[in-house]
Ligand binder design. Structure first.
Ligand code: NAD
Length: 487
């Protein structure tokens, strides 16, 4: 059972997709695990004129899939209240404050407040300002604000957004969500790297040949078309999730497993990303769009997408972290929609033996694979002797596939992140400086694409991207280990 926490959650965008799909089920799991008990309440706010009863029904429906006991679910939902609210209207914040203060007393919460901004970032500044000016932030407990992605669309707009929040909330109270950091296998990167002397010794440019990160999605743009058309894969996936994984893979060993030490090293890693000139962008980054195939529409035929859209739905690139341990190691990344499978996977390829005493038999490369999803597993390819007479080598692997009673059950990323935020631990949230360095790296690519007529490649739905993404590696004598099939 978790340590019981006292908190009042105010969820802006409480009728939205994210709230229903992720936030309410995650809060319910924390309730069932004892992190939340009697001393909590949730205010959902959005524009729709819902009643508390209707809101509580929405919440029970949202958690229904979590094999909820009806009694538990009803008890949990009784802590939910709804406040119809237009975030631009000052009057509404006064009503919100009165409700918040009333619930604080009723549930003996002690002034702890979590403001979850699950709506468009263009509202973040005005919400932060009103929370302060209308005294919804308390003086006795903590006041933490959790913000969703996207955090800006380039360095300049991210700075503006950060200033708009930072005027009212200090950095230590701002929890920027990157839900990949709440994933079990992403958190395992640090355990593998800094818990095993075996890997510590090998985790550098003397032994690592190249690193590959693939975040592939099988879905198309779906209902996020409006947003996606203005963002593209580079902003939507590389600036945040991929660069966060790069930071975890290449950061130096922190002095301790603490928020401050881990973030410091991640910031250094992101600061060390090699910035590209436009010509280097052209040589090292590929953008592409999906086209109709296998009964699926092409990107330009999707609803709400311009028929001449130049938005990329796929990116592949080669990048470098120029720190002492990683300079010279190519890090190949790719992400895209409508690829053959949904899979998030990291492959770390080690250099081959300097001499092969078994020649002419070939020696396979040692590859450490960290599969993040759909299944979480770690897989190490090694060379062994085939059982029997003679001496024939074969490839084999050591693997780690964590299960409990034969099933793999990981807590939902949002559940872990909520628990961290309640405990005031921001280790798995992105610090402003991480966001800033990531945008600076991405801006150089985006600007080169916007200012030059570099190719926008095509790939058929259901493939693993354009041929150019394979050529990017072939040029260096490499190939993608993940080919779009199950491992
Ligand atoms: P949504 O469109 O489903 O919900 C938006 C919410 O904001 C609704 O509750 C709406 O009523 C409310 N709202 C809009 N304008 C308002 C106003 N003027 N005053 C008060 N309320 C207003 O969006 P969503 O999918 O839930 O996403 C919310 C945020 O989370 C966005 O920033 C999105 O980029 C981010 N996000 C969502 C997902 C996801 O899976 N849905 C994933 C990652 C990030």
């Amino acid at each position: 059972m978790g340590t019981e926490q006292r908190a009042l959650f105010i969820i802006f965008g409480g009728t939205g997709d994210l709230a229903k799909r992720k936030l309410y089920p995650s809060l319910f799991n924390l309730y069932r695990k004892g992190f939340l008990n009697e001393n909590f309440a949730v205010i959902g706010t959005a524009r729709r004129p819902w009643t508390d009863e209707y809101f509580q029904k929405v919440v029970t429906d949202a958690i229904n899939s979590e094999d909820a006991l009806a009694e538990d679910a009803t008890q949990f939902a009784s802590h939910f209240y709804y406040q119809s609210h237009n975030v631009n209207d000052t009057e509404h914040y006064i009503t919100l404050r009165n409700l918040a203060d009333k619930l604080d007393r009723k549930y003996e919460i002690g002034g702890n407040r979590m403001f979850y901004l699950a709506m468009s970032p263009r509202f973040f500044g005005t919400i932060a300002e009103h929370l302060k000016s209308q005294k919804i932030v308390t003086t006795e407990g903590y006041n933490r604000v959790i913000v969703e992605k996207p955090f800006g669309r380039d360095f300049a707009s991210a700075t503006e957004l950060n200033d708009a929040i930072g005027r009212y909330f200090p950095e230590k109270d701002v929890f920027r969500i990157d839900h990949y950091l709440g994933k079990e296998m992403v958190q395992n990167i640090l355990a593998v790297r800094f818990g095993n002397n075996l890997f510590r010794a090998l985790w550098n440019n003397r032994y690592i040949d190249n690193i590959q990160i693939t975040l592939s999605e099988a879905l198309g743009v779906e209902e996020r078309a409006g947003y996606y058309e203005t963002a593209g894969a580079l902003r939507d996936m590389v600036q945040n999730h991929i660069l966060q994984i790069v930071a975890l893979l290449t950061m130096n060993m922190p002095a301790s497993y603490s928020e401050e030490d881990i973030r410091r090293e991640k910031i250094y890693a992101l600061k060390s990303l090699k910035k590209y000139t436009p010509a280097q962008v052209q040589a090292n980054f590929i953008r592409a769009q999906y086209t109709a195939a296998n009964g699926q529409r092409g990107y330009r035929e999707e609803e709400k997408i311009a028929s001449d859209s130049a938005t990329e739905t796929f990116v592949a690139g080669k990048l470098f972290v120029d720190n002492e341990n990683f300079s010279g190691v190519p890090i190949y990344v790719r992400t895209g929609k409508r690829l053959s499978q949904k899979r998030s996977r990291i492959d770390i390829a080690f250099k081959t033996m300097p001499t092969n005493i078994f020649a002419p038999q070939p020696l396979g490369q040692n590859v450490l694979t960290i599969n993040i999803e759909p299944e979480g597993k770690i897989f190490l390819q090694i060379n062994v002797k085939q059982v029997g007479q003679g001496f024939t080598l074969k490839k084999s692997h050591l693997d780690f596939f964590p299960t409990s009673n034969g099933k793999q059950v990981f807590p939902e990323a949002y559940e872990k992140l909520f628990a961290d935020a309640l405990a005031g631990d921001a280790t798995n949230f992105t610090h402003w400086e991480e966001v800033a360095y990531s945008w600076k790296f991405v801006d150089a690519i985006r600007t080169a694409w916007d200012q030059h007529d570099y190719a926008l490649e095509e790939y058929p739905c259901g493939s693993m991207g354009p041929v150019a993404a394979d050529k990017l590696l072939a040029r260096d004598g490499h190939k993608w280990f993940y080919t779009g099939q199950e491992h």
